[in-house]
Design a protein around this ligand. Structure first.
Ligand code: DMJ
Length: 541
C-alpha cells in the first residue's frame, strides 16, 4: 500500500516537473525567440479547440524565429568576403524560387508557392528568371545561369498569356532582361525571345498620338489604360521608359519598327507645351493633352527623366535632343520642387499636385541620386558637373537619413518633411519596404564616381539590414513596417531584387572593370546595355 502511494508521488512529481518546464517557456524573454521548437509549442498550445492551426501564421512565426545574422562578425568582413556574401544572398533567393516557384513570375517565400502580380497578366512567364539572368551571369553563377537560359529557350512564351500585361513592366523586365543577356553573352536566342515579346506589345501604340496605352490584352490584341489613371491617361514614367529597349531591339534585329514607335513618343513629348517647364505625370493618348497636373520624380514620373539622360549616354552622346530635353526637365524640377528641411537642411524633392506642394519623397525618387551622379560624370560643362554632383551627394544623404531613422535600418516606401518630421514616414501605409533598389543604386553610382568609401559602407549596412529583416527560411520577403524590428513579412520576393538590389550590391564590392560605366548603361531595371550597342562578352569583366 505504502509502496503504491510512493509510486504515485514519483509519477506526480515527474508530471509536475514536465508541466513547470512547458509553462516556463511562456515566460522566457522575447530576445530568445530564436527557437522554432518553442514557437511551435506555443502555437500548438494556443490553438483553439476544434480549429486547425493557421499554416500561414505558423510559418510566419517560424520565419521570424530564424536567428539574426551576427552583426559584429558581418561588420568585420573584408570586401572580397562581402562580395561573396552578396553572391550567397542571390543564390539563397534564387534556390528558393527554383524549389518552390519555378516558372511562376515570383515566389511567395512564406507560403512557398508561386506568385504573380497583375502587371504580368495571367500566365507562368518566369519574370524572376528573366530578371535574374544577367545578374547570375555577372556573378559567375554558371550552373544557375545555364538552367535559367534553358528555361527561357524552352518555355518563355507570352502567346498564351491571358488578362492584361503592363507594357512598361514587360518592357523593362522581360525585353530589358533578355537584351541584356544577349549583350553580355552574344547568344542570339535571347534576341528572338525579346522580339516575340515586343511584337505582343505593339498594339499598345495604335493610338491617335502614338503615345502608347499602358496595358495590352495578348489574346484580343487590344490595349487600354489603367482605369485609375486621370481620365484615361497614359503614365509618363511608363511610356517614357521604352526607348533604350526598343532602340536596342531595332539595332539587333535590323527592324526599324521598334525605334520608330519610340521616336514618335519623343516627338510628341518634345512638341508639347510644358507648364513651367515641368512634365505632368498624365498624358491622354487620344487627345495629346496633359491630364491631372501631378509632377514627381518618384512614382509615375521617375524613369522618364532617367531615360532621357541614358538615351544620350547610350548613343555615345550623339542624341543631343535627348540631352537638351533632359537638361530642361531637371532644371525645371530643381527650380520648382527641390527643398531643404527646416530642421537639418536635408535636401529633398517634393511633389506637385495642381498648385499644392506635397513635402513627400518616395523611396523610388532616390533613384535621382544615381541619375545626377551619372550626369555629373558625363557633363561637358564643369560647372554643371560639380553642381549635379553636389545635388547627388546631398540627396544621397537624405535617402540615407530615411534608412537610419528606422528601427530596421531600412528606409520606408515614402518619407515626409513637416515642421515636426524629417525624412520619416508618417502614414501607416507608407512604412513598408518591398526589396526596392533605388537607394542602394544611388550609393553604387556615387561609390563608382567619387570613390568615397562611405557609400560602400552604407550599401553594406543596407545589405546586412535586408539579411536581418527580410530573409525568411523560404527566400527574401518585403516587410510591412520598417519602424519595427518585430517584422511582419509581406510574403513576396519581388523579381527586381535579383535584377537590381543584389546586382548593385555585388557591383559595389567588385572591381570597377566589372560592367564599367563608360561602356554599359543600365536600363531602369538595372539590365546593362552596351554603349552604342556594340559591346560583346569580352567587355564584361
Ligand atoms: C523596378 O521595376 C524599376 O526600378 C522601376 O523603374 C521602378 N520600380 C521597380 C523597383 O523599385
Amino acid at each position: 500500500m505504502v509502496r503504491l502511494r510512493e509510486r504515485y508521488f514519483v509519477i506526480f512529481g515527474l508530471f509536475l516537473i514536465v508541466a513547470i518546464c512547458v509553462v516556463s517557456l511562456f515566460f522566457l524573454p522575447c530576445i530568445d525567440c530564436g527557437n522554432a521548437t518553442r514557437v511551435l509549442i506555443r502555437s500548438a498550445l494556443n490553438r483553439p479547440a476544434g480549429r486547425t492551426l493557421d499554416g500561414q501564421k505558423l510559418r510566419e512565426k517560424i520565419e521570424k524565429a530564424l536567428p539574426p545574422p551576427d552583426a559584429a562578425a558581418l561588420a568585420s568582413l573584408s570586401n572580397a568576403e562581402r562580395r561573396a556574401f552578396i553572391k550567397k544572398m542571390m543564390k539563397f533567393g534564387w534556390d528558393n524560387y527554383k524549389t518552390y516557384a519555378w516558372g511562376a513570375n515570383e515566389l511567395r517565400p512564406l507560403s512557398r508557392t508561386g506568385h504573380s502580380a497583375s502587371i504580368f497578366g495571367n500566365g507562368e512567364t518566369g519574370a524572376t528568371i528573366i530578371d535574374a539572368l544577367d545578374t547570375l551571369y555577372i556573378m559567375e553563377l554558371s550552373d544557375e545561369y545555364e538552367v535559367a537560359r534553358r528555361w527561357v529557350s524552352l518555355n518563355l512564351d507570352f502567346s498564351n498569356t491571358k488578362g492584361e500585361l503592363s507594357v512598361f513592366e514587360t518592357n523593362i523586365r522581360f525585353i530589358g532582361g533578355l537584351l541584356s543577356a544577349y549583350g553580355l553573352t552574344n547568344d542570339t536566342m535571347f534576341i528572338d525571345k525579346a522580339r516575340a515579346i515586343a511584337d505582343v506589345l505593339l498594339p499598345a501604340f495604335d493610338t491617335p498620338t502614338g503615345i502608347p496605352f499602358a496595358l495590352v490584352n495578348v489574346q484580343r490584341k487590344t490595349a487600354e489604360n489603367w482605369n485609375w489613371a486621370s481620365g484615361g491617361a497614359s503614365i509618363l514614367s511608363e511610356f517614357g521608359s521604352l526607348q533604350l529597349e526598343f532602340d536596342y531591339l531595332s539595332n539587333v534585329t535590323q527592324n526599324r519598327i521598334y525605334s520608330e514607335k519610340v521616336a514618335r513618343v519623343r516627338e510628341v513629348l518634345e512638341s508639347l507645351n510644358k507648364p513651367d517647364g515641368l512634365y505632368p505625370n498624365y498624358l491622354n493618348p487620344r487627345t495629346g493633352k496633359w491630364g491631372q497636373q501631378h509632377v514627381s520624380v518618384g512614382a509615375l514620373g521617375d524613369s522618364f527623366y532617367e531615360y532621357l539622360l541614358k538615351a544620350w549616354l547610350i548613343s555615345d552622346k550623339r542624341d543631343v535632343q535627348a540631352k537638351k530635353m533632359y537638361d530642361d526637365a531637371v532644371d525645371a524640377l530643381e527650380k520648382k520642387l527641390l527643398f531643404k528641411s527646416e530642421q537639418n537642411q536635408l535636401w529633398y524633392f517634393a511633389e506637385k499636385k495642381g498648385s499644392r506642394i506635397e513635402h513627400k519623397m518616395d523611396h523610388l525618387a532616390c533613384f535621382v541620386v544615381g541619375m545626377f551622379a551619372l550626369q555629373s560624370k558625363n557633363e561637358l560643362d564643369p560647372e554643371r558637373s560639380s553642381h549635379f554632383l553636389e545635388l547627388a551627394e546631398k540627396l544621397a544623404d537624405t535617402c540615407h537619413e530615411s534608412y537610419i531613422r528606422t528601427d530596421t535600418r531600412i528606409g520606408p516606401e515614402s518619407f515626409r518633411f513637416t515642421r515636426d518630421a524629417e525624412a520619416v514616414a508618417i502614414n501607416e501605409r507608407e512604412k513598408y519596404y518591398i526589396l526596392r533598389p533605388e537607394v542602394i543604386e544611388g550609393w553604387f553610382y556615387l561609390w563608382r564616381i567619387t570613390g568615397d568609401a562611405k557609400y560602400r559602407e552604407w550599401c553594406w549596412e543596407a545589405a546586412v539590414a535586408i539579411e536581418t529583416h527580410c530573409r525568411t527560411a523560404g527566400g527574401y520577403s518585403g516587410i510591412r513596417n520598417v519602424y519595427s524590428t518585430n517584422v511582419s513579412h509581406d510574403d513576396v520576393q519581388q523579381s527586381f531584387v535579383f535584377a537590381e538590389t543584389f546586382k548593385y550590391l555585388y557591383l559595389v564590392f567588385s572591381e570597377e572593370s566589372v560592367i564599367p560605366l563608360d561602356r554599359w548603361v543600365f536600363n531602369t531595371e538595372a539590365h546593362p546595355f552596351p554603349v552604342r550597342f556594340s559591346a560583346n562578352a569580352s567587355q564584361v569583366r
